[in-house]
Design a protein around this ligand. Structure first.
Ligand SMILES: Cc1cc2nc3c(=O)[nH]c(=O)nc-3n(C[C@H](O)[C@H](O)[C@H](O)COP(=O)(O)O)c2cc1C
Length: 379
């Protein structure tokens, strides 16, 4: 009997918990159709918006690789170098909403059992912008998408009322989510930025607005490295660069830390894990922290644009994992989801060789934290 990889997430049945994240692999109808044929359980479309999109001159994405001998990180291709990360400054879909409408319906008709999620984005500065969110949501759901993902996380937006600039403000997150929920008939996922101090604050804002789940992370704010010979950024336009987003292997541990914060604080909520996944052992981290699905971008971009080998290995890896753990009675994701959520604890709860000597960083065990602080300030 083959393993049952299916999951139910935000009320939707997925044949497996692996989705292509919103990015180049999901930018066209042909890519999405190929992705479904290859075995992905779901896809999140490249973000659809209503404002004009004009990308920078030249390449929008490149890949950092680490030389195993020297440790040098560079975008220059060298044999034997291992993938470190993707770096991009690509904006959302440059195809207008009209282009997507009709195509979403066709995709869904061809693959009714697959989960099609529309990623949408508008501004939040005016009432008219808020209506854009609703227009996008209504148009996509009327065309048959199964869920909506709100892009509150694109790291390279000039406008202060868009992308991660919304995602850094818990009130704006709540308002935008609420506005979309007013018209949504399908589940709404909020995709958060990792570029804040305490992501639990923004996650609470999204759930307060009615979000059905959080997707995290989008890419991390970053710069390309500078070439030591030319002293130019390895990616630039006429010498200039601006911050872009880091994805791929380098962000797996970073994104896990963000996810662990949220799943510990909000254990009963839905989370879709993103960041640095290319094989099942990576995805397993997110599942053990409590995620119900996992999304992939960089690894898929490097595997025939939509990741046919990546999804085959993810499915196979999960089937083998279930088989290996059948003796524990595990039959599906729900049997191990969240199993390591409570293992992330404050530093003071980690065992010391000499327990008696450590008081959470304070001088003595008996000194209350406030008194210890006051004492220190008085000195
Ligand atoms: C070239 C590129 C374009 C992206 N475009 C979008 C986008 O339009 N909307 C969005 O929500 N995320 C976008 N992302 C972020 C990815 O969906 C994903 O969150 C991120 O790359 C981390 O996953 P990874 O480590 O598997 O790459 C983009 C990422 C890349 C590399």
């Amino acid at each position: 009997m083959s393993a049952d990889l299916s999951v139910t997430f935000t009320g939707l049945k997925f044949e497996n918990p692996f989705l292509l994240a919103s990015a180049p692999p999901t930018e066209s109808e042909s890519n999405i159709l190929r992705a479904f044929a290859a075995g992905w359980g779901g896809v999140v479309t490249k973000t659809i918006g209503v404002h004009p999109v004009v990308n920078v001159k030249g390449p929008k994405t490149n890949f950092n690789r680490t030389d195993p001998e020297s440790g040098h990180i560079s975008m220059k291709k060298r044999s034997g170098a291992a993938l470190h990360s993707s770096w991009n400054w690509e904006l959302i879909s440059d195809k207008p909403l009209d282009w997507w409408i009709g195509r979403l319906a066709r995709i869904k008709k061809e693959h009714p059992s697959k989960i099609l999620v529309a990623s949408i984005m508008a501004g939040s500065g005016t009432d008219a912008e808020m209506r854009h969110w609703q227009d996008l949501a209504k148009a996509c759901q009327e065309d048959g998408v199964d869920a909506l993902e709100l892009n509150l996380s694109c790291p390279h937006m000039d406008r202060p009322d868009m992308g991660s600039n919304i995602g850094k403000d818990q009130e704006q997150i709540s308002i935008v989510t609420h506005v979309v929920k007013e018209v949504a008939k399908v589940p709404v996922w909020a995709k958060l930025t990792p570029s804040t101090t305490d992501i639990v604050v923004e996650a609470r804002g999204a759930f307060l607005g009615g979000a059905d789940a959080i997707s995290s992370s989008n890419t991390f704010t970053s710069l390309p490295v500078i070439d030591p010979e030319t002293l130019e950024f390895e990616m630039n336009v006429e010498g200039y660069v601006s911050t872009g987003g880091l994805g791929g292997p380098a962000i797996l541990p970073l994104s896990l830390a963000k996810m662990a914060q949220m799943t510990a604080a909000l254990p009963d909520r839905g989370f879709s894990g993103i960041g640095g996944v290319s094989e099942f052992s990576h995805a397993l981290n997110y599942f053990l922290l409590g995620c119900g699905t996992v999304q992939v971008c960089t690894a898929a971009m490097l595997d025939h644009a939509v990741g046919p080998n990546v999804i085959r290995n993810l499915n196979q890896g999960m089937a083998e994992f279930l088989e290996k753990n059948a003796h524990r009675g595990w039959k599906g994701l729900e049997d191990f989801r969240g199993l390591r959520r409570d293992r992330v604890v404050p530093h003071s709860r980690i065992k010391r060789p000499d327990e008696a000597a450590y008081h959470g960083g304070y001088d003595t065990e008996t000194q209350p934290p406030a008194a210890a602080d006051a004492g220190r300030r008085a000195k």
